[in-house]
Design a protein around this ligand. Structure first.
Ligand SMILES: *Cc1c(COP(=O)(O)O)cnc(C)c1O
Length: 368
């Protein structure tokens, strides 16, 4: 039996291990100077000219975006049905009214045509999630948002380094959230980053991640010791920032490696009957290659066959309305209905090699 090929594997370099050790020996282990440096470098790499605010998790970044966008009880928010629940759970926290939009069959990204039919005067924001790392139809989504005077929010947890029509993805939304949980392109074990444009909202985000306290004024001794807005504990630690800084150093290499594996999957599966790779063939946007997802018939049969070859595969994300907490299954999502039994995610991570891609593709080509 060949070695087990896992679906995911964390990317932690020796440089990250050294950086964490050095941090643990320093005076700052909580939120300190390394967080500020990481924010600066992260912004410079993924969203030049925008601000980056380090937080404790991707979910924190998403929640902060909703708070800063003023999403409150009863506000309608149009969001994708197909994502990690972390995209949408903070909307429940805000007691917003979640309006799920359908996906596009070829990308599993939110369908802008459906968004356009759903938007109305009660809509407070549009939320999109570049599935697997392929950017959504940002131009169409931006148009709908700006015509209606509402923010566009991107949960970019899958999409580090993705570009759309030559621009960094984070420059195309009012708020963009990244996750550094264990299996993302860049990991800090857990952590997140909120990227945004407006200076005032950036200052507010920095206060809100620390109980509502203006920490920089406090450290300089110029704070009047009065909390005026409701904040929480959403900050990033210097331990996490040290890991993040180390991961940024070899990020371009990580991205190229992942993209190489995705392209190899696409090439090798092109002529395999009954297998379609989701989201391939786009030339106007760059895929960040977090996931390789295929459409197949008899998905359970393929999962079993892969398991027999010691290869992991699974669904990773599910349509969110399968969870009762989101208020029951929606009747108006025909594309999601059509594909929900057909998609499967294949191994893609930096601890594998091109031979592993071949091994998976050979199993697919042999039928199941
Ligand atoms: C990973 C992920 C998150 C969650 O981020 P955490 O850092 O675990 O809070 C949010 N949205 C999507 C789409 C994700 O894949």
């Amino acid at each position: 039996m060949e070695d087990r090929l896992p679906l995911f594997s964390p990317h932690v370099t020796e440089a990250a291990i050294t950086a964490v050790t050095d941090t643990l020996r320093s005076r700052w282990i909580g939120e300190g100077p390394k967080v500020a440096v990481f924010e600066e470098k992260f912004g410079g790499r993924f969203a030049p000219g925008y601000s980056a605010v380090g937080v404790g998790a991707g979910t924190d970044a998403v929640h902060l975006a909703y708070l800063l966008a003023g999403i409150d009880e009863g506000d309608e928010v149009i969001t994708t049905i197909f994502t990690c629940t972390a995209t949408n759970t903070p909307l429940l926290y805000q007691r917003a009214k979640i309006v799920f939009a359908d996906v596009q069959e070829d990308t599993l990204n939110i369908d802008p045509d459906h968004v356009r039919r759903l938007v109305n005067e009660r809509t407070k924001a549009i939320v999109c999630m570049p599935y697997g790392g392929l950017p959504c139809d940002m131009q169409e989504l931006q148009e709908i948002a700006s015509e209606n005077g509402i923010p566009l929010i991107t949960d970019a947890a899958h999409a580090f380094g993705a570009t759309y029509k030559g621009q960094d993805l984070a420059l195309l939304s009012d708020f963009t959230a990244y996750s550094f949980m264990a299996i993302k392109h860049i990991t800090t074990a857990d952590g997140g980053m909120l990227v945004l444009r407006e200076r005032e909202l950036t200052d507010k985000a920095r206060r809100m991640r620390w109980f509502g306290i203006d920490r920089s004024a406090k450290l300089e001794g110029g704070w009047d010791n009065n909390i005026r807005e409701v904040g929480y504990k959403y900050q990033m630690t210097d331990i996490a920032a040290a890991m993040g800084l180390a991961a940024l150093e070899d990020f371009d290499q990580t991205l190229r490696l992942r993209q190489g594996f995705l392209h190899a999957y696409e090439e090798r599966l092109r002529d395999v009957a009954g297998v379609d790779v989701v989201g391939s063939g786009y030339t106007d946007r760059e895929h960040a290659a977090w996931l390789c997802t295929v459409y197949v018939d008899d998905r359970a049969g393929l999962e079993r066959k892969l398991k027999e070859h010691n290869i992991d595969s699974n669904q990773v994300h599910y349509r969110n309305d399968r969870h009762d907490v989101f208020g029951g299954r929606r009747p108006d999502l025909p594309t999601m209905d059509r594909v929900e039994e057909r998609y499967l995610v294949l191994p893609l991570h930096t601890q594998m090699g091109i031979g592993d891609v071949e091994r998976v593709c050979d199993v697919l080509a042999s039928g199941w």
